[in-house]
Design a protein around this ligand. Sequence first.
Ligand code: ARG
Length: 268
Amino acid sequence: MCPPDHYGIEYEINPWMNTKRQVDHTAAVSQWNALHTKLQDLGARVSLLQPTQGLPDLVFTANAALIYRGQAVVARFKHPQRQGEEPYFRKWLASHGYTVLDPLQDTSFEGSGDALFCDDTLYAGYRMRSDAKAMQEIGVRLGVRVIPLELVHPEYYHIDTCFCPLAIGEAIYYPDAFDEYGRTVLQELIPKLVTVSPDEAARFACNAVVLGRQVITNTGCDQLHAELAKRGYQPHATPMDEFVKAGGSAKCLTLRLDGEEAAAWKQA
Ligand code: ARG
């Protein structure tokens, strides 16, 4: 995670961002602290990246890279406004023992914001931020099966805003963010799918952090929480509104380094 010292809405690169609707800095700090504390209370060990002035979206560490068995495919941001983050993510990962793979060339890729494992398959969102070409290349480099899914709704511009693996064979999703093909593929490959309503999708219900059976989301996702509880999960709500202003929520503020919960390769 990266503390929100320099977080703010300094440009507009997704439909949620409006430079006239600024962040309440005190509130953002307390929401970020509450998430940080909650994750630690639930057993996560959290490492921090130092915040940097002029890089307001550096807090969204989900976009830093895709991590796979100690290797890191670092992001190549689509928008110039975020490209300055790349060296900071690269440096952090290299100095914390990750094998940083050669940068992807002539293509954009926004890390685990757009690429999530469920079992041994990588579900990869493309069109808005990451290119399908980058996803194919990653599949070849890592030797994993990639299922590219087109994101068709501008508000759900990263796959982690509309899809969240929970366990092998189980995930949360917001169907309208995908095309017919994407919905069919998800339904065929992931037997247990939890559907989120439009209202809760807009509260970033799918942008959940999963730690074992604990699931942390923004507040206002009560239907999803009820459904998760029925399925044997323990849902937790923590306010994330200051980050929704930038188009992000709980999951976006974290990068899981030891393998997302549903990843077949997850480290013990
Ligand atoms: N303002 C950031 C952007 O548009 C938000 C990133 C949210 N991150 C995520 N993994 N969905 O890039």
